[in-house]
Design a protein around this ligand. Structure first.
Ligand SMILES: [Zn+2]
Length: 355
C-alpha cells in the first residue's frame, strides 16, 4: 500500500512539473541558438522588452522633462478625441492636439512576469452540477499562434531578407543620425513612431518618408495597451493615425504596440480594422544604452532569413542611442557580406504599408 502511494505521488509530481511550458524564466540572447521555435522565443523577447524596457519620454531635453505631468497623471485619459482626417493631407493643416501631452514617464517598470504565471491556479466555476474551467487570458505567444494573419514577428525564412525597425521616435537627438546612417548605406527601414512625438517633430516625420522609409503606428503616448479601456486603446491608435495621415498622406497599416504587449480583445479589434501587429524576432537591446559593439553582437547573434530587427531612434533623456547609430554602418556591411538584403517591413511581409 505504501509503495502504491509513493508511485502515485511521483507520477503526480512529474505531471505537475511538465504542465507549465510557458512559465519558464526569460532566456538571454543566446536562446536563439537553441531549437526553440521562433514564436515562443520571440514572444518571450517581447515580454522581456515589456518587463525591462523603461517607458518612453520626450528626448527633447531635461527642461521639458520638468514640465511633464507626474507619473501618476493618467495621460491617456487626457488624449484628445481623434481629429477628423483632412481630405487632402498635403494641403490641409495638421490637427492641433494638446501640445503639453507628452509620452508618459513611469520610473517603475512593470513586474517581470509572463502572463501565465500571474495566475497561480485556474479558477473553477460550478455550473448546474458540472465543473467548468473558466477561460484564461492568452499569452503573447498564444496570440501569435491564434492570429497568424494579424500578428507578425518575422517574414519568410525562405528569403535571405531582413527588416530594420526603429521605435519611439521621431526626435531631434538620434532620429536624424539614424537617417543619415541609413542614407549613407542606401538602406530603407521602418520607423514605428509615437503620435505625440510626430506632433512635436513633424519635419522629422516628413524626412523619414521623403527618404523612402516606411512609417508604422507605435501608439500616441507609449502606454501599456493591455491595461487601457477599449476607448483609450482605440484613441491611442486612431489619434496617432490621424496625425500621421495628415503628415505623410497615408494611414499606416502596421502597428507595433509599446513593449510588444497587447491583449486578445485588442488583437481582434486590430484584425477587424485591417491593421497588422508587427513585433520582432531580433532584439538589439539598444535601449540599455549599449555601445555599438554590443548592439552589433546582439543583432548578428540572432539574425536569420526573414528577421525583423528591433532598434530605437528615440528614448528617454537618460538613454544614449549613440551605439545604435554607430552600429548601423557595420551591421549593414556585415549582413550584406553574408548575403542578406534589406527591405522595409511591408516588403518583407508582402503587405501594403497603408490601410
Ligand atoms: Zn517603444
Amino acid at each position: 500500500m505504501t509503495k502504491r502511494l509513493w508511485s502515485f505521488s511521483i507520477v503526480c509530481l512529474l505531471v505537475t512539473s511538465c504542465g507549465t511550458p510557458l512559465t519558464k524564466p526569460f532566456q538571454n540572447q543566446s536562446s536563439t541558438q537553441h531549437s526553440t521555435p521562433d514564436v515562443t522565443q520571440t514572444s518571450l523577447e517581447a515580454i522581456r522588452d515589456f518587463t525591462e524596457s523603461p517607458l518612453i519620454t520626450d528626448a527633447s531635453g531635461s527642461k521639458q522633462l520638468s514640465m511633464l505631468p507626474p507619473a501618476s497623471t493618467p495621460s491617456a485619459s487626457a488624449l484628445p478625441t481623434a481629429p477628423t482626417r483632412a481630405p487632402n493631407p498635403t494641403l490641409a493643416p495638421r490637427p492641433t492636439l494638446t501640445p503639453s501631452l507628452k509620452p508618459k514617464i513611469n520610473p517603475k517598470r512593470p513586474v517581470a512576469q509572463p502572463e501565465v504565471s500571474k495566475r497561480p491556479s485556474l479558477p473553477v466555476q460550478k455550473n448546474q452540477g458540472q465543473v467548468r474551467i473558466s477561460q484564461k487570458k492568452l499569452t503573447l505567444s498564444q496570440l501569435v499562434v491564434k492570429y497568424p494573419d494579424t500578428f507578425k514577428l518575422r517574414g519568410s525564412s525562405q528569403e535571405k531578407k531582413v527588416a530594420l525597425t526603429f521605435d519611439d521616435g521621431p526626435d531631434t537627438r538620434f532620429t536624424p543620425k539614424v537617417l543619415d546612417a541609413l542614407k549613407a548605406n542606401q538602406v530603407k527601414a521602418t520607423f514605428f513612431v509615437l503620435g505625440a512625438m510626430a506632433n512635436s517633430h513633424p519635419d522629422v516625420i516628413k524626412r523619414i518618408v521623403n527618404e523612402g522609409h516606411v512609417i508604422g503606428n507605435h501608439s500616441y503616448s507609449h502606454e501599456n495597451l493591455p491595461k487601457l479601456s477599449v476607448d483609450k486603446f482605440q484613441n491611442q491608435i486612431e489619434s496617432t493615425e490621424n496625425i500621421l495621415h495628415n503628415l505623410i498622406g497615408y494611414a499606416p497599416r502596421l502597428i507595433r504596440p509599446p513593449y510588444g504587449a497587447i491583449n486578445e480583445e485588442q488583437v481582434k479589434w486590430i484584425a477587424d480594422h485591417h491593421y497588422l501587429i508587427v513585433n520582432w524576432n531580433v532584439d538589439s537591446l539598444d535601449w540599455k544604452s549599449l555601445n555599438s559593439d554590443q548592439v552589433l553582437h546582439n543583432i548578428m547573434q540572432q539574425t536569420k532569413p526573414g528577421s525583423i530587427i528591433l532598434q530605437h531612434s528615440g528614448g528617454a533623456d537618460s538613454q544614449d542611442l549613440s551605439g545604435t547609430v554607430q552600429a548601423i554602418g557595420p551591421l549593414i556591411t556585415k549582413l550584406k557580406a553574408a548575403g542578406y538584403t534589406f527591405v522595409t517591413v511591408p516588403e518583407l511581409l508582402h503587405v501594403t504599408k497603408s490601410k
